[in-house]
Design a protein around this ligand. Structure first.
Ligand code: SF4
Length: 345
């Protein structure tokens, strides 16, 4: 049976340096993590890598240092700051959650799993992570890294996602009462830096002598995964209109649905054969290159139309944003790609 204290000793020496983390030495010296930073990082890390999150986290915490500051922010500012990070429902829930913590919990995050679960955007995984990391509670935190480590430690060949319950039980059995917050982060670090998907560095692993996959020589083929369905491709048309004074015609997308609440180029529905849906009367020019993007469940090819429109033309949809107020960085990645192609030609 692997010993959590072996992993904690390894963590004391090799913990990753992350801007939202209190390093193990500081933690032992009594520095408590800020639940706001733990929560913010966990929301950002849902479906997104550490490398992609780092700069966003620093930007958010510099601009909104506390949950109360974030609760007071304008929706449009937060959505713009989130642009490019993807999965935009997270940003809308982030604001809702900050406002709930500010108004119903006096600006302090609840400490227990059950109350954390009542917060917008906080599911079982995130509640466990906040409870463990911010409040040092013995919660079992199971992300993709932890699943991989557990599958290998136990040489579990049942494929994901069917094996999730058994992997969670393995993880629960190992969760210690001593330093549970550091332990939760240690397993994730082990998965991210040593027990990596393709070529695990078993020679450096503190759990090697207790690892069944190491014994069996099967580490690199675990965890098994059920075959994924092929993603379909959908098609759409986006219209990038520029007024002669340089203003761009943009539209805020509906709250619900993909890229919900984000600014974007007005366009058609996305499907097999989209209909033209120009937002303003103009001489539209088709661009030779499509903007391509892959969402969780489908690929998208967006045909692009551009036009220059006179000052007195009124749009049927969207509104003109003056050139000085427009920044492509405020757009989600797909819309940013479309802008880059339109600017090219
Ligand atoms: S010995 Fe290798 S496969 Fe086993 S837990 Fe360590 S890194 Fe992963």
């Amino acid at each position: 049976m692997p010993d959590p204290s072996d992993l904690l000793e390894w963590y004391d020496r090799h913990a990753r340096d992350l801007p939202w983390r209190v390093p193990p030495a500081a933690r032992k010296a009594g520095v408590a993590p800020d639940p706001y930073r733990v929560w913010l990082s966990e929301i950002m890390l849902q479906q997104t890598t550490v490398a992609a999150v780092r700069d966003y986290f620093l930007k958010f915490t510099a601009r909104w240092p506390t949950v109360t500051d974030l609760a007071r922010a304008e929706d449009a500012d937060v959505m713009a700051a989130w642009a490019g990070l993807g999965y935009y429902a997270r940003a809308r829930n982030l604001l809702k959650c900050a406002r709930t913590v500010a108004s119903e919990h006096q600006g302090r995050f609840p400490t227990d799993h059950a109350t954390l679960l009542t917060l917008p955007g906080v599911g079982p995984y995130t509640a466990a992570a906040i409870s463990a990391i911010a409040f040092d509670r013995p919660e079992t935190v199971v992300d993709g890294n932890v699943e991989r480590v557990m599958a290998r430690l136990h040489d579990e060949h049942q494929p994901l996602p069917q094996s999730k319950p058994v992997l969670t039980r393995y993880a629960e059995a190992l969760t210690p009462d001593t330093r549970p917050g550091d332990y939760a982060q240690a397993v994730m670090d082990l998965g991210a830096t040593i027990c990596t998907p393709r070529s695990p560095a078993c020679g450096l692993c503190p759990w090697r002598s207790d690892c069944a996959a190491w014994d069996a020589g099967t580490a690199a083929e675990l965890p098994k995964k059920s075959p994924k369905k092929r993603k379909p491709t959908r098609f759409g048309i986006a219209y990038l209109a520029r007024r002669v004074d340089g203003a761009w015609l943009l539209e805020r997308r509906p709250e619900r649905g993909l890229l919900g609440g984000m600014l974007g180029w007005p366009g058609s529905d996305w499907g097999d054969a989209p209909f033209e849906a120009p937002p303003i009367r103009a001489e539209w020019k088709a661009l030779p290159e499509d903007a391509r993007h892959t969402f969780t469940h489908f690929h998208l090819r967006l045909s692009l139309r551009t036009a220059l429109v006179p000052m007195d033309r009124t749009p049927e949809r969207g509104e003109f944003i003056p050139a000085e107020a427009f920044s492509p960085d405020d757009l989600p990645t797909l819309m940013r790609k479309a802008h880059a192609l339109a600017s090219k030609g």
